[in-house]
Design a protein around this ligand. Structure first.
Ligand code: DGT
Ligand code: CA
Ligand code: CA
Length: 378
């Protein structure tokens, strides 16, 4: 009897309004840098992935909003960014410090996690929260909760974030981007259509440059324009999967649940090779060195791994990766090197492009101490 009541409440929640937050930290890597050097806040700040080739070779990971005013953004070469900022003598170019950003992220996420019915980690600077239960499906309460959350995060970590609040993940994701930085955009069910319709087609996640160009060619510019297209024409143009997705997305329909997911812990090292190559011996030497660097981190943290992966960034900048799960956890460097080496050999069998950057990753981590304690009982 009791069960039925609970199940009914659950179904009612699905049929009625859910309330979902999407939280995205503003200019994340650059903002992390500002928190440890507050004097950066007034300057243009660019966080750079310098390649090992020296000089200004490499790309911008992200930039603060002052630098963005000069056209600096993620992905552009560092040399372009320097040109665009040539009139700003105070511009700062910093190398990425992933360990520090991960630490900042962990602190922020631990605050966020506690304030959700269900918490879904997406990436270092992004998460979804289902807060339907604790807000009784009430958007006014949800707005207060979101504002409190922003305040707490700022007090404890000095970071600003943008939050989108709506009945589903899709609309919340669009809403969190709407008033960036330091934004809070609340879109209750009755406001969904009015919120989405004036937006440019590109605002819909999943509609990239190519799809946008095709739709613009067909005379569609805004979400409202796209709503004129029926599902059959969309399916005919884009295939059933994408067509149906677009049809639902422009109507703000998204049934995906927020799924409980914690930050996945992993360690990785990646390097830019001295030359682009697909020569086994050369790559083998590099991967062996990367393994020993990853192993140093494991040793420092006294952890064992159960999954090993390798990653290629190819000469055309496309990515390739392979991962293998081991039978049991280990902290053995030989096993790490052997597995990475096997993955490398397998990957090279079908390799056509040369490789520019090479990486090694371990995940499914556990405490070495805990591990031996548990096995001692068997
Ligand atoms: P925003 O627009 O205020 O959310 O700015 P970000 O920088 O937080 O941008 P977002 O959320 O797309 O990305 C989060 C972090 O991911 C960002 O701080 C740096 C990193 N990232 C983004 N795009 C790139 C990229 O093209 N290359 C590299 N290496 N890192 C990137
Ligand atoms: Ca962000
Ligand atoms: Ca993000």
């Amino acid at each position: 009897m009791h069960d039925t009541v609970i199940i009914k409440a659950g179904i009612r929640r699905i049929l009625e309004t859910r309330i979902v937050f999407h939280i995205d930290f503003d200019y994340f890597y650059a903002q992390c840098e500002e928190t440890r050097s507050p004097e950066l806040r007034t300057k243009p700040v660019c966080v750079c992935v310098f390649s090992d080739r020296g000089g200004d070779s490499g790309a911008i990971a992200t930039a603060n909003y002052t630098a963005r005013k000069y056209g600096v953004k993620s992905g552009i070469p560092i040399s372009f960014a320097k040109k665009r900022l040539k009139d700003r003598e105070d511009a700062v170019f910093l190398p990425v410090d992933f360990d520090f950003y991960s630490e900042m992220s962990e602190n922020a996420m631990s605050i966020i996690e506690k304030r959700a019915d269900t918490f879904e980690y997406v990436s270092r600077d992004e998460a979804y929260l289902d807060v339907s239960e604790r807000t009784d499906g009430n958007f006014e309460k949800a707005g207060h909760l979101a504002q409190q959350l922003k305040n707490t995060i700022r007090d404890k970590t000095k970071l600003s974030c943008s939050i989108g609040v709506s009945p589903n993940k899709l609309v919340s994701k669009i809403a969190s981007d709407f008033e960036k930085p330091d934004g809070l955009t609340i879109v209750s069910q009755d406001k969904v259509a009015g919120f989405l319709e004036p937006l440019k087609i590109r605002s819909i996640p999943g509609i990239g440059i190519k799809t946008e160009a095709r739709l613009t060619g067909m005379g569609f510019e805004t979400v409202l324009d796209l709503k004129r297209m029926d599902v059959f024409s969309l399916n005919k143009e884009f295939g059933r999967k994408t067509g149906t997705y677009i049809y639902n997305a422009v109507r703000g329909i998204d049934q995906r649940p927020v799924k409980e997911r914690k930050a996945s812990v992993q360690y990785s090292k990646i390097t830019t090779l001295k030359i682009d190559s697909k020569d086994y011996q050369f790559l083998h030497e590099n991967i062996t060195e990367l393994c020993s660097q990853v192993h140093d981190v494991l040793k420092k943290n006294n952890q064992a791994f159960k999954s090993v992966g390798i990653q290629f960034v190819q000469s055309d900048m496309s990515n390739k990766s392979r991962t293998r799960m081991l039978k049991s956890s280990t902290s053995d460097i030989k096993e790490l090197q052997r597995t990475a080496d096997q993955l490398l050999k397998e990957a090279l069998e079908s390799q056509t492009r040369t490789i520019r950057r090479l990486g090694v990753k371990v995940s499914e981590l556990s405490d070495v101490q805990g591990q031996s304690d548990i096995t001692a009982y068997f």
